[in-house]
Write a protein that binds this ligand. Sequence first.
Ligand SMILES: NC(=O)c1ccc[n+]([C@@H]2O[C@H](COP(=O)([O-])OP(=O)(O)OC[C@H]3O[C@@H](n4cnc5c(N)ncnc54)[C@H](O)[C@@H]3O)[C@@H](O)[C@H]2O)c1
Length: 266
Amino acid sequence: MQDPREAFDLDGRIAVVTGAGSGIGRASAVMLAGAGASVVCADLDGDAAKATAGTITDGGGAAEATAVNVSQSPEVDDLVNRARRDHGHLDVMCNIAGIMHNSLVVDTEDADLDRVLAVNLKGVFYGCRAAARVMTEQGFGSIINMSSGAIDTPAPTIVCYAIAKAGVAQMTKTLAVEVGPHGVRVNAIAPGWIVTGMTGRHFTNPDGTIDEERFNAVSAPMRNAAPLGRVGEPDDIAYAVLYLASDASSFVTGQILRPNGGLSIP
Ligand SMILES: NC(=O)c1ccc[n+]([C@@H]2O[C@H](COP(=O)([O-])OP(=O)(O)OC[C@H]3O[C@@H](n4cnc5c(N)ncnc54)[C@H](O)[C@@H]3O)[C@@H](O)[C@H]2O)c1
């Protein structure tokens, strides 16, 4: 049996994380680096990516930062190909960048639908495709896509987001079947409600502090509906990312992992 600590050890591994400037992507980048990986922190917000990379290197880890718009396939190809060229291989690709948009189906503008699909669906596709090309050639690798609990629980106003995330789940399963024979694993994570910039807009004051009263009011439905009685923190998801990135999950592919406090149990 492999030493359990070794199974989670990412020493010498190269990971690319999109959306690394904030929330779940940031926590995942820091987590992977903490387990020994060298992490390419990529985000539309280049300064935020730099801040995450700085946190990692200040703590003694290895990281670099790059600005990327995942909705532009040449930029994603370049991100992945550069990581492989600079480091010789690519072990982990985390497609985490995402955006939210709220509107009822009947009120949704074409432009809003296009914008959300461009980032949350096509952006993940571009990341999957670029990584799969590199990883199938080298014969190993783990691709981790960020889906959402929105694939299990319909809710008003999140249609653009939910259909993109359902597409990510199906993309994950399809790609897993295609690349498994080449030694590459592909999995998705469907988080429950996590306290990040995405959800924080509902309870964050203009100065960046959290309005506790609003936080309690906004999060209460999710907290109360979850058997574990709480909402999630970015690290709750980063631990799932670490598992799927590591050898501990070497028999796991094509799966949708649901760290959600039990909020939905399909
Ligand atoms: N927070 C939640 O409750 C929750 C639940 C389920 C799934 N998710 C998913 O987790 C992922 C991370 O979300 P989060 O909550 O950490 O949000 P967040 O807003 O804190 O972080 C998202 C990051 O993605 C970046 N980004 C946005 N558009 C981009 C683009 N075109 N190219 C590159 N980077 C881009 C942003 O700059 C930001 O740094 C998203 O895919 C989101 O849908 C979040």
